[in-house]
Design a protein around this ligand. Structure first.
Ligand code: NI
Length: 136
């Protein structure tokens, strides 16, 4: 039997969405408030899910203590209270949209989760806007 287990997490971060090869009016038209040249913050909510067979000895799909620590070490400590554009190398040349942040989060966690398990990352940029990435 396969079960999906999930852990919620949270971080605050600043970003700016823009392209160097677009002029100000196009950046503003496409990225709106997220194009503010002086950056701005979001309260990101994260749901990390692991899907797979239950271990017959422990009854766990994954030890949630381990998942909690993994999210703290690899995601919260790296992204929380950071300027994503300036302080997180993955976004040096990658727009920190919710889509791209979800992919970066996935790629940071994937090597540390048993390869027999599926991983899914849901990232809320606002309470109403959220994206899902599961490695495809
Ligand atoms: Ni924004």
């Amino acid at each position: 039997m396969k079960v999906k287990v999930s852990r919620k997490a949270h971080f605050n971060a600043a970003h700016r969405l823009f392209r160097h090869d677009w002029d100000d009016s196009k950046n503003s038209a496409v990225f709106g408030k997220c194009n503010n040249p002086n950056y701005h913050g979001h309260n990101y909510d994260l749901v990390v899910s692991v899907f797979g067979e239950i271990d017959q000895e422990t009854g766990f799909v994954m030890d949630m203590k381990v998942l909690k620590e993994l999210i703290k070490d690899k995601i919260e400590d790296v992204l929380d209270h950071k300027n994503l554009n300036l302080e997180v190398p993955e976004f040096k040349n990658l727009n920190p949209t919710a889509e791209n942040i979800a992919i970066v989060v996935y790629n940071k966690l994937r090597p540390h989760i048993d390869s027999s398990k599926d991983l899914e990352v849901v990232l809320y940029e606002t309470p109403r806007n959220f994206v899902t990435y599961s490695g495809e």
